[in-house]
Each structure stands twice: as structure tokens, then as C-alpha cells.
Write a protein that binds this ligand. Sequence first.
Ligand code: GAR
Length: 217
Amino acid sequence: MSMQPKKRVGVLISGRGSNMVSLIEAAKAADYPAEIVVVGSNRPDAKGLDRASDEGFATFALDHKLYGKDREAFDRDLHAKLLEHNVELLVLAGFMRLLTPWFVDQWQGRVINIHPALLPSFPGLHTHERALEEGVRIHGATVHFLTSEMDVGPIIAQGAVPVLDGDNPDELAARVLTVEHEIYPKALAAVASGKATIDGFRVKVEGMKPEGKKIIS
Ligand code: GAR
């Protein structure tokens, strides 16, 4: 059986990059269908950039502060950087910046994002605080295809955790992060191998089995 060439992936981060690390680790497997070819950030001081270059990856930083209000100028430079590295699939891993409709259009169907909530609940910021305020008993994370609407897009994978009595936002965030690190490598593999395909508002994922029948909390 001939192996498909690995999809060339760019990862964008804004911070510590723990999701990026989970992708780097997964991509070390010989049969992983994607290879990370570059890691970029809108913040030159993002901790994850050091980690990526320590691991031998090409990195770049485009300081969004230098662009003022011109979002499209930032996005055009970002686009050019990604093309320099022949990126085919783009993965947002804690990238805390909205991309313009122009950019989203260029990359239609080729950008995935992870959000720390079970979308469509809790789009936006401070998801763990808001989940605690609302008293939900199940919380989690979502990997979805990017659209120009923030935290909206066809869902590829979700992972859920219980909310426990007495949780504070940090404890809940840490529990959610463990499922982020599980679902993101799986979701990227499904997209890179062509097993996850967009079908209207839904994603068909071939061969991805739910881990259990019920999640009750
Ligand atoms: C993650 O929890 C990710 O889901 C979230 O930022 C964190 C980044 O952590 N992303 C968003 O909130 C996007 N709106 P990391 O840098 O350790 O991967």
C-alpha cells in the first residue's frame, strides 16, 4: 500500500503552546498523516516559539502591534509567510487573534481551531469562568473548521469533562486542557488524511469512534 504524502502543516500560537506540543509529539509517529513545517505567532515573546525552535522547527513572529488597526495588512503578511513554507493546512493552537474574511477565504476549509468549550456554548473568552457561572455539569473543548465568524464552524471533534463541586476556573481549565491534548492530534490526523470532510454545517469523520455511549455528570 502506498503511503499518502504527509500534509504540510503550519501551527499558529499566541502563548505557551501546550496544544502545539501535543501536535508535535503526535506528528513524530511515522504513520501520522501530517508534518509540522512551521510555527508562527503574532506575539514575538510567545513561550511556545522557543519550544518549537528548540525542537528544530522553523518559526516566525509577526508582531501584530506593528500593524495598528490594519488587520488585512497583518493577514497578508501572515499568508505570505505560510506560502513561503508551502503550508497546506493551518492549525490554530491558542492563536488569540481574529483573522479577516479575506484570509479565511484564502484558506477556506484548510484551517482548524481549538476552542476551550463545547461549542456552540461559550464562544469567546473566559469560557471556564462562564461555565462555572452557568452551573453546567459537563464542559469541554471543540476542534472545528474556521469560518469568518468567531468560534463558529463545522465541528470535527469534541471532548467533555465533568465540572466538579468546588472547581475554580484554573482547575477546570486544566481538566479541559487534558482533553484538548487528546482531541487535537486526532482531529488533525482526521483532516490531514482526508477522513474528515465538510458536509454543509457538519463534518463527516470516517472511522472516529465515540469512546463510550454516554457522558453523564
Ligand atoms: C487553549 O486552552 C486553547 O483552547 C485556547 O487557548 C489555550 C492555549 O493554550 N484557545 C482559545 O481560547 C482560542 N479562542 P496553549 O497555548 O497551551 O495551547
